[in-house]
Design a protein around this ligand. Structure first.
Ligand code: CTP
Ligand code: CA
Length: 226
């Protein structure tokens, strides 16, 4: 009754997970990026697959192997990540679960140079930036293709609760995993997060990124049971 045919709670469910940074080109040899090892998002993809979900992992450039049983799609720029997410959402199967853990660059370069920009005596070039589309907000928008459960992440260096709650309502997602990044997070294996839902806030004890992912996957499975 509460599990799929093979006894795993997410068997028959589809999931899309974004992970890693995006890379926004300046010219053919340079770019802007965000700090993200991809470890937390990859662990979420692995944990959802362990529970039986059919997982598509949309990944920016990282040095990680794809988790067993997960379909990985490589992307670089945020606009590519958005297109890959939309392709998954528009596929026939529909999407039950979306977990947007990528560290998406907020801006891209307006007018990417087609050739390498050379150093000149007059000093450095200026870069004009334009804002990237908000992939999470797009996924969360009401409509027939909206996943049943949309989870975002919020990495904050201060005022975690206020900022996470603001993101929850601004983006229209269902849950936010709030992450205090004022300490040791980037590239490390440990993570202290708070799960913000519409009904409350659950601080989770500091644990490994694998444990955070497994706990989140179990919370997601419980959500679909209810
Ligand atoms: N996100 C996204 N697309 C963007 C920016 C962010 O999908 N262009 C997603 C991230 O994957 C994450 C969530 O939105 O799940 C929050 O990202 P964050 O950078 O914390 O939020 P911003 O709205 O960009 O706010 P700011 O960087 O100013 O704090
Ligand atoms: Ca941002």
């Amino acid at each position: 009754l509460l599990a799929g045919p093979d006894g795993r709670p997410l068997t028959g469910r589809t999931a899309v997970v974004t992970a890693g940074p995006t890379f926004e080109p300046i010219d053919p040899v340079r770019g802007l990026t965000n700090r993200s090892s991809g470890k937390q998002g990859y662990a979420v993809a692995a944990a959802l697959a362990e529970l039986g979900a059919e997982v598509t992992l949309i990944s920016g450039p990282v040095a990680l192997d794809a988790p067993v049983g997960v379909t990985r799609v490589w992307v670089e720029a945020a606009t590519e990540m958005k297109a890959a997410v939309e392709a998954r959402l528009n596929s026939d199967r529909g999407t039950d679960i979306a977990v947007m853990s990528a560290a998406v660059a907020d801006w891209r370069v307006d007018g990417i140079a087609s050739g390498k920009i050379k150093k000149k005596p007059g000093g450095p070039p200026s870069l004009a930036l334009i804002e990237n589309p908000d992939i999470l907000a797009g996924v969360s928008a009401p409509g027939p293709r909206r996943p049943k459960l949309v989870v975002g992440f919020a990495a904050e260096t201060s005022d975690l609760e206020t900022n996470a709650r603001a993101k929850l309502s601004r983006k229209g997602c269902d849950w936010i995993v709030g992450n205090d990044v004022s300490g040791e997070v980037f590239g490390s294996d440990g993570n202290a997060v708070t799960l913000f839902t519409r009904n409350g806030a659950e601080p989770w004890p500091r644990q490994s990124k694998t444990e955070v992912a497994r706990k989140l996957a179990h919370r997601i499975a419980d959500h679909f049971k209810a």
